[in-house]
Design a protein around this ligand. Structure first.
Ligand code: NAD
Ligand code: MG
Length: 380
């Protein structure tokens, strides 16, 4: 019996994690944290009986306390609440399925408390990987990837010597706008960008997939997770999303992980690693699949990828600026305050403005985030 806690239990990854727990029947849920969806969190509490639950605002927490007063569960709120959920003594694995760099502090305290991390929250690793990875090593804690590409790489590395890796080949679907020109992207709306061809995900990551910022964040995520050099990481467009990523070794052998696009597989793999469990759902049918195709990413149109590589090369606090600018720009695009291509303009302007702080501490990361928000606030 393993015990888990989930940050972001009402989201796309959070709800699928609970589906995995329900299907297996041997995962105990100690604590859940969500943003503002009181109704869904209440249903989750009634079904999974956590001892602790958190919501973003104290107002929402008050509402929930009234709703679940018949149950033995404590309701907390805010960053303190997220932190309490992250360090619950009985938890073995913390699933970080919250969106954005708000996950930094909770992830760090969970590692300090000796929890293994099933990591979906890539923004945290992108901005604080230089703190998180050494800390995890020191505390003998495992960072288990939930992101499908990173899970694929993790699976391909099973039983291999990491020193004999020559390249990590991250696959990308290319998103809903693959093949479009800059001109054609001028007037695309959030509704268009939210139609991902292969995956149903939260809004922010779906927009990130359309801009290729998601793949850029994943390059940085892979760098930290697998201790790779940037030059070893390549992005390959695989529009069918059948190959979830690949690893090439020094002898030229390439190991790939294939499957239907279902996040429950990487979630379950992270929760039970190194064990594989039965997982329902469709299987690949190679006879009827037809073609698997590959392309190079269009880096002239989709600037999310080259800008991410630039931020990663600059290092220090620059990935934080890249990520914070993106979080802010995506939110504005979703609210129809800016146009699609403005996202790239904001990223570029914020990065040009920033003076890199080397090896930033948590406070410096949060300060760089704040400065980026203020810069955008004043200019757009
Ligand atoms: P989502 O928007 O569907 O869910 C986010 C969750 O975080 C929700 O439960 C929300 O209530 C919660 N949340 C937001 N702000 C909060 C706050 N201040 N306090 C507490 N909870 C808060 O997002 P998602 O698609 O599930 O993505 C989550 C993370 O996983 C992201 O970092 C994303 O990049 C990553 N990821 C997602 C997928 C996917 O298929 N959805 C795949 C790979 C990686
Ligand atoms: Mg991914």
């Amino acid at each position: 019996m393993k015990t888990i806690a989930i940050l972001g239990s009402t989201g796309s990854i959070g709800t699928q994690t609970l589906e995995v727990a329900e299907a297996n029947g041997d995962l105990r849920v100690a604590a859940l944290a969500a943003g503002s969806n009181v109704e869904l969190l209440e249903r989750q509490i009634r079904k999974f009986h956590p001892k602790l639950a958190a919501l973003a605002s104290e107002e929402a927490a008050k509402d929930l306390r009234v709703r679940v007063r018949d149950l033995d569960v404590r309701i907390v709120s805010g960053m303190e609440g997220l932190i309490e959920v992250s360090v619950m003594p009985e938890t073995d694995i913390l699933v970080t399925a919250i969106v954005g760099m708000i996950g930094i502090r909770p992830t760090i305290v969970a590692i300090e408390a000796g929890k293994d991390i099933a990591l979906a929250n890539k923004e945290t690793l992108v901005t604080a990987g230089h703190i998180i990875m050494p800390l995890a090593k020191e505390k003998n804690v495992r960072i288990l990837p939930v992101d499908s590409e990173h899970s694929a790489v993790f699976q391909a590395l099973n039983g291999e010597n990491g020193k004999q890796v020559s390249r990590i080949l991250l696959t990308a679907s290319g998103g809903p706008f693959r093949g479009k020109t800059r001109k054609e992207l001028e007037n695309v709306q959030p509704e268009d960008a939210l139609k991902h061809p292969n995956w149903a995900m939260g809004q922010k990551i779906t927009i990130d997939s359309a801009t290729l910022v998601n793949k850029g964040l994943e390059v940085m995520e892979a760098k930290w997770l697998f201790g790779a050099e940037l030059e070893q990481i390549e992005v390959v467009v695989q529009p069918q999303s059948v190959i979830h990523s690949m690893v090439e070794f020094t002898d030229g052998a390439v190991m790939a992980q294939l499957g239907t696009p279902d996040m429950k597989l990487p979630i379950q793999y992270a929760l039970y690693y190194p064990e594989r469990r039965y997982l329902g759902g469709e299987r690949l049918d190679f006879g009827s699949m037809g073609r698997l195709t590959f392309e190079e990413p269009d880096e002239e149109t989709f600037l999310g990828l080259p800008l991410a590589f630039q931020a990663a090369r600059d290092g220090g606090s620059m990935p934080t600026v890249f990520n914070a600018a993106n979080e802010c720009a995506v939110s504005r695009f979703l609210h129809k305050q800016i146009r699609f291509l403005d996202i790239y303009e904001i990223l570029q302007a914020c990065m040009e403005e920033h003076h890199v702080v080397e090896n930033p501490a948590v406070e410096e990361i949060l300060a760089a985030e704040q400065m980026t928000y203020e810069f955008i606030e004043n200019r757009w």
